[in-house]
Design a protein around this ligand. Structure first.
Ligand code: ATP
Length: 846
């Protein structure tokens, strides 16, 4: 029992223990399961993480690669561009394309190509090294290779500078000058084996001289090539060489040494070459240079022969672009104007002054000698230096042609030269316009003189100092073929000379300068007679074969070649001549490009110049035509409305007006046989009157040729009717204008006489056209008829003498009829008649 009980107990315990163990096992199993799960999760996370990391790494790597490629491409592009800029033309072109290149005036020398640098798989970069104005070169390596480099460098340096700008000295004791013999035509100095010491002494002397005089290079560069190869220089020679290495570059002396070590100095650049045409150089760092082959021998010889020839011929003349200053519009004209018109035979630009002294210029030369070209060059040089606030130009050309038309907007080019205020072209028939310009300048002179007086100033520089807010540009007036204006022995010539004399005398201090040009000796001689005038023109410019421009004993103009000029600022005195070579300023495209640049710089408010073209017929401006609402009876009418008859020949292109007040004689007679022009004058008068207020027009046309124009006018006028004769015209209480075409064909003389005599006081005015003065007189009652009722007239093709009956002075006005020009005289306002241009009222295409 006991045993059984015990067994039971044990069994019980065992069962419990098994149960407990099973429970523990189950717990352990589930813990293991969880652990396994966790491990799987961790593994998964780890894998994901690894994957993401790999992706991130790849992306970054790709990014870095892309950036690297981009940056390298950018950098190489920049370097390539920089290289192209630093070694233009002959400095950098491969031999296959090589040709000498003209340096830009004022530019400094660039770098010289010796070969190429290869970076990755990108296209090779130029390997450039400095020389002129920058470095000495110390070259080591196999003799043949180094000689090839030196030949190439010399050819590039010589080919990219002007002939004669680089002087070569070669010390070649082994080959006795043979190494660089191809350069011999350039006149190089070869130094023999015993000549090193004196040569170095001479170069040192040269450096001393440069330092002593100007302190920097002004003469040609001196390139000294030393092909010595052994460093067995005496201490004295070594010391001289070291001095040159230290001080030469600043004075334009450069050493190129083969195998002869130069002293360490920042200006010494070393290049080491190998047999394999590979080199390294301080200038290109650690990058390997693949050296160019030496230039083909025949190219060196051809270049040297051609250059020697050019040196014999002297430098080519300056181009128009060479007259430009480094910065546009940077100059002030306060103390005068200074601008080059060309260069001297050594290539230096020659400045021509204009200001207090000399104040005015006289240019002479026969036809075709280049006066216009000279004026273009001068204007280009002035207009690039002085902006519109500093310089105002007035240009007048009495030649047949349009030489100044390029300065004003045209159909193909809207630009203009911003300094130009006025340009007159085709004015040869319209001397009155020349006079108008002189009157305008005289007015400006008066304004300036008054301002100067107010500010207690005696000259322009003082006025500008006293009145800094004022705009006082210097005025330059150019008159080409001015003798046309002065020739004529008439009132125009008289007034023109008087005005010129005044401008020449007083313009000096007020900043008004005249440039007169002429091909005609007689024109200049006419001036000679007026010592007060010609004495002011102390600046003389004589083109080849010019006569009477320089002093009689000064024969320079007779001997200068084509495209040259003698500039003389002492009234042409012998001994004060400067011979200038003139650039070719004729190329329109070059001019247009320059003008466009200036035009784009024009300040706000810069107005288009006034252009007077003697060949153009002005149109009646829209302001003088009835437009918009037609004035009605309530619109106030001025006491004397003005009839516009044509354009006055003046600077402002104002209309000529005839006032038609309620006074006797306020009628107009248009006289002559030119039907179109007569119709235009009447139409302009009528339309402009209609534009000013309520008025009625009665049109009587007695010439079928004028019928069309008269009918057109009736159609355009707001209130007009047509009558077949002068009888039965209405009586109105608004202004009434009777427009009579070919009134000389009418028969009712009494009606006409009544109308012109009594009409004006009742605001009825006759604007009539008669084909001659005699016929006008006939239609007013015959030879004894009084012409008083005709207070104003416009004469077309009527000779001055025929106008005597209508003119207060005996003999009539001086008038020689010209196409599209009319003489206008209004007894109430004119002392002398004025020339007008009848407006074109209706061109056939409108
Ligand atoms: N410096 C120059 N270089 C090259 N060509 C020039 C030069 N000067 C003038 N010419 C050319 O010579 C010709 C005559 O020049 P330009 O019209 O200036 O002479 P001009 O004295 O004004 O003659 P004209 O009085 O008959 O008009 C033009 O074809 C012009 O292009």
């Amino acid at each position: 029992m006991n045993r059984n009980a015990l067994v039971a107990v044990v069994r019980q315990e065992l069962a419990e223990a098994r149960g407990a163990a099973r429970a523990v096992l189950a717990a352990a199993e589930s813990a293991r399961g969880e652990a396994l799960d966790r491990r799987r999760l961790v593994r998964d996370a780890y894998a994901t993480c690894l994957h993401q990391l790999a992706e991130a790494r790849d992306t970054s790597r790709r990014d870095i690669q892309r950036r690297y490629q981009y940056e390298t491409a950018k950098l190489t592009g920049n370097v390539r561009r920089l290289a192209a800029l630093s070694a233009t033309g002959a400095s950098g072109a491969p031999w296959r394309l090589w040709a000498p290149s003209e340096p830009e005036r004022g530019s400094s020398p660039g770098l010289l190509r010796v070969g190429t640098l290869t970076l990755d798989e990108s296209a090779p970069l130029l390997a450039l090294i400095p020389l002129l104005d920058a470095a000495h070169l110390d070259l080591t390596g196999p003799t043949g290779t180094v000689d090839g480099i030196i030949t190439g460098l010399l050819l590039r340096a010589l080919g990219s500078t002007k002939p004669g700008d680089v002087q070569l000295t070669v010390y070649d004791p082994e080959a006795l000058g043979g190494t660089l013999a191809a350069f011999a035509p350039l006149g190089i100095s070869f130094v023999g084996p015993g000549g090193l010491g004196p040569m170095l002494d001479e170069v040192v002397e040269h450096i001393c001289r440069v330092n002593e005089t100007v302190g920097h290079r002004t003469d040609p560069w001196r390139v000294v090539v030393l092909l010595a190869d052994v460093d067995d220089l005496s201490p004295a020679h070594r010391a001289q060489l070291d001095r040159i290495a230290r001080t030469g570059v600043a004075c334009g002396v450069h050493l190129i040494a083969r195998g002869l070590p130069l002293a360490d100095h920042p200006t010494v650049v070393r290049l080491r070459a190998t047999e394999e045409q590979i080199a390294t150089c301080d200038a290109t760092g650690e990058l390997e240079i693949r050296l160019d082959p030496p230039p083909p021998a025949e190219r060196v010889t051809a270049f040297c022969l051609a250059t020697a020839e050019r040196m014999r011929a002297g430098p080519p003349p300056a181009r128009l672009a060479d007259l430009e200053p480094p910065t546009l519009w940077a100059e002030s004209s306060t103390h005068g104007l200074l601008a080059p018109i060309g260069d001297s035979t050594d290539g230096s630009l020659i400045d021509v002054p204009l200001g207090d002294d000399p104040p005015h210029a006289l240019i002479g030369g026969p036809s075709g000698s280049g006066k216009t070209n000279l004026i273009y060059s001068w204007l280009a040089a002035l207009a690039t230096r002085y902006g519109p606030a500093e310089l105002a130009l007035y240009l007048l050309d009495f030649k047949e042609g349009v030489s100044f038309a390029r300065f004003v907007p045209g159909p193909r080019d809207p630009s203009w030269l911003p300094q130009v205020r006025l340009a007159g072209i085709n004015v040869n028939g319209d001397r009155e316009f020349g006079l108008a310009m002189l009157r305008h300048l005289a007015e400006e002179l008066r304004t300036r003189a008054q301002a100067a007086k107010r500010h207690d100033a005696t000259k322009l520089s003082e006025l500008r100092a006293e009145d800094p807010a004022g705009t006082w540009p210097r005025i330059v007036a150019v008159i080409d073929e001015f003798q046309v204006l002065l020739g004529g022995r008439d009132a125009v010539a008289d007034e023109a000379v008087t005005l010129l004399e005044d401008l020449a005398r007083r313009g000096r201090s007020q900043g008004i300068h005249l440039i007169l040009a002429s091909q005609d000796v007689s024109g200049i001689e006419a001036l000679w007679g007026r010592s007060g005038l010609v004495g002011q023109f102390t600046l003389r410019i004589a083109l080849p074969k010019a006569r009477r421009i320089l002093a009689d004993n000064n024969l320079a103009a007779a001997v200068i070649p084509r495209h040259h000029a003698v500039v003389n600022t002492e009234s042409g005195t012998a001994g004060a001549n400067l011979v200038v070579r003139l650039p070719d300023a004729g190329d329109r495209l070059v001019w247009r490009t320059l003008q466009r640049r200036l035009w784009r710089m024009r300040p706000d408010g810069c107005e288009e110049p006034r252009l007077f073209d003697g060949d153009a017929v002005p149109r009646l401006p829209a302001a003088y035509r009835p437009a918009g609402p037609v004035p009605d009876a309530d619109t106030p009418v001025g006491s004397s409305p003005g009839a516009v008859l044509g354009e006055r020949i003046d600077v402002a292109a104002r209309p000529a007006r005839l006032r038609l007040g309620r006074m006797p004689g306020r009628n107009l007679a248009v006289l002559g046989t030119r039907t179109d022009e007569a119709c235009d004058v009447l139409a302009a008068a009528a339309l402009s009157l209609a534009a000013q207020g309520p008025a009625h027009f009665s049109v009587v046309c007695l010439d079928p040729d004028a019928g069309r124009a008269a009918a057109r006018l009736v159609a355009e006028l707001p209130s007009a009717d047509w009558h077949d004769d002068l009888a039965d015209l209405p009586v109105l209480d608004i202004p009434h204008y009777v427009l009579g075409y070919a009134l000389d064909a009418g028969t009712d003389h009494a009606a006409l006489r009544r109308l012109v005599t009594d009409g004006p006081e009742n605001r009825t005015h006759v604007l009539g056209w008669w084909r001659s003065v005699a016929r006008l007189r006939d239609s007013l009652g015959g030879p004894a008829a009084r012409l008083d009722p005709i207070g104003a007239w416009v004469a077309l093709d009527v000779q001055g003498a025929d106008l005597t009956p209508l003119y207060p002075q005996p003999g009539g006005p001086a008038w020689y009829p010209r196409t599209r020009r009319a003489l206008f005289f209004d007894r109430a306002v004119h002392r002398t008649p004025e020339v007008i241009i009848p407006y074109e009222v209706n061109s056939d295409h409108t």
